[in-house]
Design a binder for this molecule. Structure first.
Ligand SMILES: O=C(O)CCC(=O)C(=O)O
Length: 281
């Protein structure tokens, strides 16, 4: 964790409320970035910390197609560096201040490896325009936040994310769980036809900086035109007290509540660590 004393300002909050995302100062120092890049190498090679298994071992095990996007949920289960990064209390405080809440827990994390495709014609590294809450309807609040942390300088040349300014105010859009649909143009046609203003803004990040986006903000990313992978660690965060919303949409996290989850059951056990609490600070 970087010993940053940065405190979210009223201007930051205003920007987050208006645009649906906010770009942070550097959250990780260079040593931590190097360790997290190493964590990527280790995890993709099946080299884990602890005695457990990843949540979705099939995300790690396949013989990798060179040009395919790799994504592992809950990397913190099997890597200590990732655990430290995605439970960082400074990040949690910034999220709490942006969401104007007192407590932040981890919903889940993601390690994302976007291959460098150079000038090859492929969409295999694309992330389709989507809303994160399009996947998270088993929770009872849309006031969740994603922290996308860059492990190298990231812009559109290496497949950086783009966000649609103000789209978090559109509400939940049907079929917006379209992360894996790599045809960005057809998704853009479909979602922009809803009549809202479609303004794409690139998330330009120095290594160690993060983009904090609201769970309803549309975002996606195109090809990484370099020959190096684009690496990131992502923390999906929720306010303390977020509970289970039954029978709307399945999410694998619901199993982590036990065999008979009930409506409103808080996601507050060891799978959903407390990242920040104003009471403890
Ligand atoms: O890595 C990307 O380009 C997109 C990631 C994403 O959709 C997210 O972190 O919510």
């Amino acid at each position: 964790m970087l010993e940053t004393t940065y405190v979210i300002t009223e201007q930051d909050r205003k920007e987050f409320r208006e645009k649906g995302y906010w770009i942070s100062p550097k959250l990780l120092d260079d040593d931590q970035i190097a360790r997290l890049r190493k964590a990527h190498d280790r995890v993709w090679a099946g080299d884990y910390d602890g005695d457990g298994y990843p949540m979705h071992p099939q995300s790690v095990r396949p013989a990798y197609e060179e040009l395919k996007l790799r994504k592992l949920d809950n990397g913190w289960w099997v890597n200590d560096e990732v655990r430290q990064a995605v439970t960082d209390p400074v990040m949690g405080r910034w999220a709490a201040d942006l969401l104007e809440t007192d407590e932040i827990r981890l919903w889940h994390d993601q390690m994302i490896y976007k291959p460098g495709v150079g000038d090859r014609e492929t969409a295999a590294g694309n992330v389709g325009w989507h809303q994160d809450y399009g996947y998270w309807q088993a929770t009872d609040t849309t006031e969740m936040i994603t922290v996308w942390i860059a492990l190298q300088d990231t812009d559109l040349t290496n497949g950086g994310m783009m966000s649609i300014a103000g789209s978090h105010r559109w509400g939940l859009i049907p079929e917006s769980n379209s992360f894996f649909d790599q045809d960005m143009d057809s998704l853009k046609r479909k979602f922009s036809a809803l009549g809202h203003d479609w303004t794409e803004e690139p998330c330009l990040l120095k290594a160690g900086q993060a983009s904090f986006h609201h769970a309803l903000t549309f975002h996606g990313s195109g090809p990484n035109r370099t020959n190096e992978p684009r690496l990131s660690v992502v923390a999906h965060l929720m306010p303390g007290g977020t509970g289970y919303r039954p029978r709307v949409q399945h999410h694998d996290n619901v199993r982590l509540l036990g065999p008979r989850p009930y409506a409103g059951q808080p996601f507050d056990n060891a799978y959903f660590p407390l990242v920040y609490s104003r009471r403890n600070s």
